[in-house]
Write a protein that binds this ligand. Structure first.
Ligand code: GTQ
Length: 345
C-alpha cells in the first residue's frame, strides 16, 4: 500500500541546515517526484505548430540572419510544458524547422547526436553525409547519424525547408553533446544508395565473405516509394490505417540508435486509437487534414503541420481526408534500455 511519506517541513530547522551544509538532502520528501506510482508524470505537454504560422517567421530569419551567422538557420519547436526556448519538443526529441535559401550552404560539421530531416517544401536542396549527396525532395526522410560529417546545400531557385529531429536532449542530459567543424566535403559523383544498392526492397548488394554490413547503408528514404508502399498496404488493410516502420535495409533494425520513424496513412473518415506507449512522439503531416486528440487536447492539423505527444499519451487520430504522417519516436532507445511498453486502453 502506498504510504504518505514525510515532508521536509516536518524536520527541525537545525537538522535541515546541517544537512545543507554537509551537501546532502533527505530522499523521502522528493521520492515521489522521481519515482511516481504506476506511470511517469511527464513534464511534456502536447504541442502543435501550424506551418502557415512558422513559414513567414522562417523566411524573415532568412532576411535577418545570413546562414554564415547561423551555421544552421533553424527555429526550435519548444515543448509547451517547458516553455519557449526549451531545446526539446518532448523528453527525448528535439525538433527544429530549418531554412536554406538558393545558393546557400550550411557548413560541414559532425556531432554526437543523430539527426533526421523530413523535407517540408522546396526542391534542389541536398545534404551530404560522409561524401554521399542525398537529394531532398518533399516528404523524404534523410538520416545524418551521430559521428557522420554532414553539410547542406541548395541548387534550386526557391527556399527549401525541412524539419530536423535530433536526439539532442539525451546528449545534453548526458553532457555528451558537442560538434566539430570542418571543410565542405567532396561529393561522390553518383546517386545515393536508395537509388543504387537498395533500389528494390528485399534486395541488397551481394555479401562478400568476411565483409560486415555497413552500420548506415542507406541514409535517404524517398517519399514517392514510401507513399506507394502505404497506398498498396492500405488497399489490403482493414480499418483505414496503414503504418510502416523505416528500417535498415541490411538488418531490418531501427535506422538510428535512439530514434525510430514510421510512415502512417489514415484513410478519409478513419479513426485510429493507438495503445498508450511509453515512447514520446512527434508527428509531421505530409498530406491531408484531420484532428488528433492528445491527452484531451484537440489538435486540428493540415499539410506540413507538426504536433507532439508525451509518453503514455492518450491519442485518437481522425482523418478528414486521406492523410499521410511521419511519426518520430524514441522506442529504439527504450527497447535498448529494456522498458518500452504498450498499455491497452
Ligand atoms: O542541420 O546539422 O536543427 O547540427 C540542430 C543542430 C540542425 C544540422 C539542427 C544541427 C542541425
Amino acid at each position: 500500500m502506498s504510504q504518505q511519506l514525510g515532508t521536509l517541513e516536518e524536520l527541525p530547522q537545525d537538522y535541515r541546515d546541517d544537512m545543507a551544509k554537509a551537501g546532502v538532502a533527505p530522499l523521502w520528501p522528493m521520492m515521489r517526484n522521481v519515482l511516481p506510482h504506476g506511470a511517469p508524470r511527464p513534464v511534456t505537454k502536447p504541442g502543435y505548430w501550424n506551418y502557415g504560422a512558422l513559414r513567414p517567421l522562417l523566411l524573415r530569419a532568412g532576411e535577418l540572419t545570413p546562414v554564415e551567422k547561423a551555421e544552421r538557420r533553424v527555429l526550435v519547436l519548444s515543448d509547451p510544458g517547458r516553455g519557449v526556448g526549451a531545446m526539446q519538443a518532448t523528453s527525448s526529441i528535439y525538433l527544429g524547422m530549418q531554412l536554406l535559401l538558393p545558393g546557400e550552404t550550411a557548413p560541414a560539421h559532425v556531432h554526437t547526436p543523430s539527426a533526421v530531416r523530413i523535407v517540408v517544401e522546396g526542391t534542389g536542396g541536398f545534404t551530404v553525409v560522409d561524401g554521399e549527396k542525398l537529394p531532398m525532395t518533399e516528404g523524404d526522410l534523410v538520416l545524418t547519424p551521430g559521428g557522420e560529417w554532414h553539410d547542406h546545400g541548395h541548387e534550386g531557385t526557391e527556399p527549401v525547408v525541412w524539419l530536423d529531429a535530433l536526439d539532442l536532449p539525451l546528449f545534453v542530459y548526458l553532457e555528451g553533446s558537442y560538434a566539430t567543424e570542418g571543410p565542405l566535403q567532396a561529393q561522390r559523383n553518383r546517386p545515393d544508395a536508395s537509388q543504387v544498392e537498395y533500389l528494390a526492397s528485399g534486395l541488397a548488394p551481394s555479401r562478400k565473405l568476411g565483409a560486415g554490413a555497413r552500420r548506415y547503408p542507406m541514409m535517404r528514404y524517398p517519399w514517392d516509394r514510401t507513399r506507394a508502399a502505404l497506398d498498396q498496404l492500405a488497399r489490403y488493410t482493414e480499418g483505414g490505417v496503414a503504418e510502416l516502420d523505416y528500417v535498415n535495409p541490411e538488418t531490418g533494425a531501427d535506422v538510428l540508435p535512439t530514434m525510430g520513424f514510421t510512415a502512417k496513412r489514415l484513410a478519409a473518415g478513419a479513426t485510429h486509437r493507438p495503445p498508450l506507449r511509453s515512447s514520446s512522439a512527434a508527428y509531421h503531416v505530409i498530406a491531408g487534414r484531420g484532428v488528433s486528440v492528445v491527452n484531451g487536447e484537440r489538435i486540428e492539423w493540415g499539410p506540413k503541420d507538426t504536433f507532439t505527444a508525451p509518453v503514455f499519451a492518450d491519442i485518437t487520430h481522425h482523418a478528414a481526408e486521406d492523410a499521410y504522417l511521419i511519426r518520430v519516436h524514441d522506442r529504439p532507445l527504450q527497447d535498448k534500455l529494456g522498458y518500452y511498453e504498450e498499455r491497452a486502453r
